[in-house]
Design a protein around this ligand. Structure first.
Ligand code: 3HC
Length: 311
């Protein structure tokens, strides 16, 4: 029954053109986009917590203002992405319930603690750097609203990455203790940042379909490799060592060889057993419950206005 519609959809994808909300699309395409965009949005919102804890403890007004702006950006990215999911018929309230009830995922990377201010810098450098590697190709994703959301988000991510790196450059010009604090944060965040790109290609059940539909443009391992190649020279310039004894330049490959992340750790963290999963979800649930009166008031206000306008 859908043959001509499927053909038109396939031809649009083949021509590298965009699928828009009102276009016909296979159910599987819609489902995997809601899955990925919702989880991306959840990641942005949960991602506000690890750094948000440092806003009241930032060492200077300048650092506080930068961090405040970054956390505010993450909230905006989340709202942007929930709106992109809504164009596919997803309901934001329902997505939030799926998140707090553990029925939808968010990025593993946000389940690690931030014990020092250097963690704020390393999150900017590694996590937002990894986000750039992952999100720039998503600007060419076949689904219009998602690709366009990415263009705006990527612009802000580069500020996030640079402010983190600059924070670390400042600390590395400080005392021996500050330099040691930076190195300790690098040691704790390096491997979880590599895991952020997802399981190895051989264990990535969604990749084949996502790449055929041009949602995903590069595989998990390709983007992980890009991130490693981009970050090694930055670490050298900063004067820190990356905690991987197997890391070395491979002239033949034109890339860095590196060790194997602990995939069982990734699976544990994704399953909810990371250092901070419980706390992150509890805070998200509490925020949602405490905000219920605002949503009810806004709904009542809108209904009141509609009733008066209807008179
Ligand atoms: N954390 C949590 N879950 C992960 C994960 C991770 N790091 N990596 C993979 N998974 C999940 C997948 O969601 C999938 O589960 P599902 O089928 O229930 O959704 C399963 O593990 C198998 O992984 P696949 O490789 O088959 O899944 P994908 O093809 O979806 O690839 C992905 C995973 C690369 C994360 C892809 O979903 C993606 O590109 N998502 C959009 C980008 C994103 O979410 N980035 C996360 C960080 S957000 C961020 O960086 C904010 C910045 O401001 C700091």
């Amino acid at each position: 029954a859908h043959a001509p519609l499927q053909e038109h959809f396939d031809a649009t994808i083949a021509r590298d053109q965009r699928i828009e909300p009102r276009d016909w699309m296979p159910d599987g395409y819609r489902r995997t986009l809601v899955r990925q965009i919702a989880q991306h949005a959840h990641s942005e919102i949960i991602g506000m917590q690890p750094e948000g804890d440092w806003i009241t403890r930032a060492p200077s007004l300048r650092r506080k203002a930068i961090l405040f702006a970054k956390v505010q950006d993450e909230a905006g990215h989340g709202l942007y992405l929930y709106s992109a999911a809504a164009t596919l018929g997803a309901d934001r309230e329902d997505l939030t319930l799926r998140l707090v009830e553990g029925r939808q995922k968010y990025s593993s990377i946000f389940n690690y603690p931030t014990p020092t201010f250097a963690d704020v810098g390393v999150i900017g450098w590694f996590v937002d750097g990894a986000a750039i590697c992952n999100q720039v190709p998503l600007c060419r994703s076949s689904y219009g609203p998602y690709a366009r959301a990415m263009v705006r988000i990527c612009k802000e991510e580069s500020f996030h990455q640079r402010q983190g790196y600059e924070l670390l450059m400042t600390m590395m010009r400080g005392t021996e203790a500050q330099r040691a604090t930076v190195q300790s944060a690098v040691d704790r965040w390096w491997w979880p940042s590599l895991m952020m790109f997802g399981p190895p290609d051989g264990d990535s059940p969604n990749s084949a379909a996502s790449m055929a539909w041009k949602i995903k443009r590069h595989s998990n391992d390709e983007l992980r490799q890009r991130f490693v190649d981009m970050t090694v020279p930055q670490a050298e310039k900063l004067g820190v060592t990356l905690p991987d004894p197997e890391l070395r330049w491979n002239e033949e490959r034109g890339h860095h060889d590196f060790g194997t992340p602990d995939w069982s750790e990734l699976q544990r963290v994704i399953a909810g057993d990371g250092p901070c999963n419980t706390e992150r979800i509890a805070r998200r649930r509490a925020a949602h419950e405490e905000g219920a009166w605002v949503r009810e008031a806004a709904t009542a206000h809108a209904a009141g206005r509609a009733a008066r306008a209807g008179k």
